[in-house]
Write a protein that binds this ligand. Structure first.
Ligand SMILES: Cc1ncc(C[n+]2csc(CCOP(=O)(O)OP(=O)(O)O)c2C)c(N)n1
Ligand SMILES: [Mg+2]
Length: 286
């Protein structure tokens, strides 16, 4: 998945994004927790495709021949999203049908200004027990541990052993978005404590201590990172400015009075800036 593709959607240039079939990567869904029923539904579809393929192979005598590697689904969501009903329903279905799905909850301690203590009184991973599948809490700032547990859970799901819930215990060091100000609702000492556990610094220290990577490697990683960042910045600036009217046009297939009313409001509102734009252009010309 090209990172710049994602930004097309965030910038409003694309309404959908990409074809998930090309990338094996589902479209972004900004409705919290809606990802979980999508993932379980997809996983149950995979299960049914496999059963169908197995009976077709029996029927035409090709059973036992090499088959496609088994697939499973990974779904990521936050500690805040874990409180949504969608997650409960998804876990019930996933467990009952032993769907090949791995639930990955990134518990970063905050859902904007709401602390995770308000979402749960027990480690989120423990909830899995109630649904009847394993739950694992992993140090979310330990890259190697996260990779290991994810690989284990995915392999288990591929082998038909059903779902796993992984809770990655981590922290959101920065603000939720540019509209958020964490100084309003939490102590900076908490941020300082977690900064010391920075996963990238920890991994770098580990790789150096084990003699697995040296200065040349890390310089290259930094250069690659800078290059990627420059590419993403440039691609974003180069994107066309979306015409917001298309959002109104694409809401319903046919004309809708409410949408027409909102569009009329929007046009009047935008017209209010016309003088500013003219003044600016004149100012620039002078
Ligand atoms: C159903 C729904 N309710 C509310 C929101 C607004 N919202 C966007 S992000 C967010 C907090 C999410 O917290 P969490 O699930 O912990 O994820 P994090 O951003 O911390 O990774 C909220 C409430 C939304 N996008 N969808
Ligand atoms: Mg969170």
């Amino acid at each position: 998945m090209d990172l710049a593709e994602l930004l097309r959607q965030f910038r409003g240039v694309s309404n959908g994004g990409w074809n998930p079939k090309d990338t094996n990567f589902h479209l972004y869904t900004l409705v919290l927790a809606a990802q979980t029923p999508h993932a379980v539904g997809y996983a149950m579809g995979i299960q049914r495709d496999q059963k169908f393929a197995a009976s077709a192979a029996l029927a035409d005598g090709t059973a036992g021949h090499a088959t496609e590697p088994k697939a499973a689904v990974m779904v990521y969501f936050g500690d805040g999203a874990s409180s949504e009903g969608d997650v409960h329903e998804s876990m019930v279905f996933a467990s009952s049908y032993k769907a090949p799905v791995v639930f990955f909850c990134q518990n970063n301690h905050w859902a904007i200004s709401v602390p995770s203590s308000v979402q749960t009184r027990i480690p989120l991973a423990n909830r899995a027990k109630g649904y009847g599948f394993p739950g694992v809490r992993v140090d979310g700032n330990d890259v190697i541990a996260v990779h290991a547990v994810t690989e284990w859970a995915l392999e288990r799901a591929r082998q038909g052993e059903g779902p796993v819930l992984i809770e990655a215990f981590t922290y959101r060091v920065g603000a939720h978005t540019t509209a958020d100000d964490p100084t309003k609702y939490r102590e900076s000492a908490e941020e300082t404590r977690w900064r010391a556990k920075d996963p990238l610094e920890r991994l770098e220290k580990y790789l150096r201590a084990e003699g697995l990577a040296d200065d040349t490697f890390f310089e290259q990683v930094r250069a690659d990172g800078d290059e990627l960042a420059a590419y993403v910045r440039k691609t974003t600036y180069d994107l066309e400015t979306p015409d917001i009217r298309t959002a109104f046009a694409n809401t319903y297939v046919e004309a809708h009075p409410l949408v027409a009313e909102e569009l009329a409001w929007f046009e009047e509102y935008s017209a209010g800036f016309a003088d500013d734009a003219t003044a600016q252009a004149e100012g620039a010309a002078n």
